[in-house]
Design a protein around this ligand. Structure first.
Ligand SMILES: Cc1cc2nc3c(=O)[nH]c(=O)nc-3n(C[C@H](O)[C@H](O)[C@H](O)COP(=O)(O)OP(=O)(O)OC[C@H]3O[C@@H](n4cnc5c(N)ncnc54)[C@H](O)[C@@H]3O)c2cc1C
Length: 380
């Protein structure tokens, strides 16, 4: 076992930059072990950049149900999470593929500061354990020991759309069509009279308005999308597998490290897992790079290969994939296999990494709120 250079003295308060899922999961893990923790959050509330967004907490990358995984990690599941075992996906010709699974494929969670959100549940748990969460506190420099959890530093993918109220029945739909969502997918999630519609794009960012317009028209035509009081919403994702996820002596977690699902952008679980691993590395003296490379890197590499294959195959490739997917007797297991390392995938990794490179070239800058030339150009 490699000894970490940043094993900490028992009583030193540990600072964390960012109260997203990654930062709060790290804070909770440290607090469970009795360590004093200060979390700095530059916004006035948790989940500010999401403001009521619906997101899917994927339930296929582990055999164990994701909520049980959270419980096993000592994390709160006191948030609204209706399970979804079905959805409908349309291919580029408008053909529909009803997706059905015996077990939940994902849980629909709300993000932001509301009472039932994932973010608020983690915040409540952290505060109950004595974590000092400081809002409107932008960490500009980390002097002592701590963890960097400040979210994406570049836009490798963007999701653009609306939050809205609706009289539509609950349901989940996606469209895989490069004409609506270049190299990505469009989605519509409705729950309890509220919804989100987005185009999630991996290229063509400058024409986001055109793709969003096409997305809305397609959902109106295919499922009768009806929106009341629509509020524009969007965000970016940063996908990168770094050589090292240390910035100086500080572990980087979640999207600040570039940890993401490069295929579809289901980043919440990687954010949370990396937060727990970074906290464990501080508690035990284990090397954090060793931990995330063992537990998270194989899945992230598989997702880079999947993305490279999909971007090569285009809409027709997606059509084939969907037809293949609905024919699977155990969909959850089949998706898990897609996300696992295998020898063909390992062979393809060098090709996939060349084909898919993050817009973010360097994560070695230790400046959290930085005005250096590199950060001005790429980071913020
Ligand atoms: C539109 C959209 C839809 C998505 N849908 C899904 C989905 O369906 N499923 C899924 O799994 N993932 C989804 N994701 C990805 C998921 O939201 C992220 O992967 C996850 O939130 C990353 O967590 P994080 O803690 O690393 O970063 P964040 O959630 O971004 O949290 C970082 C926090 O750090 C704060 N911060 C930044 N700088 C500083 C500083 N200097 N000092 C103090 N605080 C600072 C920020 O204000 C922020 O609160 C989606 C993302 C977007 C944009």
């Amino acid at each position: 076992m490699t000894e970490s250079k940043n094993k900490i003295p028992a009583e030193a308060p540990i600072e964390i930059a960012g109260a997203g899922p990654a930062g709060l999961a790290a804070a909770i893990t440290l607090a469970h072990a009795g360590r004093p923790v200060i979390v700095h959050e530059m916004q006035k509330e948790v989940g500010h950049r999401f403001g009521g967004d619906f997101q899917g907490l994927e339930n296929w990358t582990t055999q164990e149900d994701v909520l049980k995984v959270f419980e096993g990690l000592g994390l709160s599941t006191d948030f609204s999470a209706p399970p979804s075992d079905h959805c409908t996906v349309f291919d580029s010709t408008g053909k529909s593929y009803p997706i059905k699974s015996d077990e939940p494929l994902f849980y629909l969670v709300e993000r932001g500061p509301g009472p039932d959100t994932l973010d608020s549940a983690l915040l409540r748990q952290a505060q109950a354990l004595g974590v000092d969460v400081r809002f409107n506190s932008r960490l500009r420099e980390m002097k002592g020991e701590g963890i960097l959890a400040a979210g994406p530093r570049a836009a490798d993918a963007i999701a653009v759309g609306y939050h809205f109220e609706t009289t539509m029945d609950d349901g989940y739909w996606a469209i895989c069509d490069n004409e609506l969502a270049p190299e990505g997918y469009a989605y519509l999630l409705i729950s309890n009279g509220r919804g989100t519609v987005k185009t999630c794009m991996f290229s063509g960012f400058k024409q986001e308005k055109l793709y969003l317009q096409r997305t809305m028209e397609a959902f109106e035509r295919l499922v009768g999308l009806e929106m009341r009081n629509p509020e524009p919403h969007g965000g970016s994702g940063n996908f990168r597998i770094p050589h090292s996820a240390y910035s100086g002596p500080h572990p980087l977690i979640g999207e600040q490290a570039g940890f993401q699902d490069t295929l579809w952008g289901f980043g919440m679980r990687l954010a949370i897992s990396s937060g727990v691993l970074a906290a464990q590395s501080l508690l035990t003296g284990d090397n954090y790079d060793r931990l995330w490379q063992r537990d998270l890197k194989p899945q992230m590499e598989a997702s880079v290969v999947n993305r490279a294959l999909f971007s090569l195959a285009g809409s027709r490739g997606y059509d084939w994939f969907l037809a293949h997917l609905v024919a699977q007797p155990n969909l959850r297991k089949s998706l898990r296999r897609q996300y696992q390392s295998s020898w063909p995938k390992r062979l393809l990794i060098p090709w996939a990494k060349r084909r898919y490179t993050s817009r973010r070239k360097d994560i070695s800058c230790d400046h959290i709120d930085c005005h250096c030339i590199w950060c001005r150009g790429e980071c913020c």
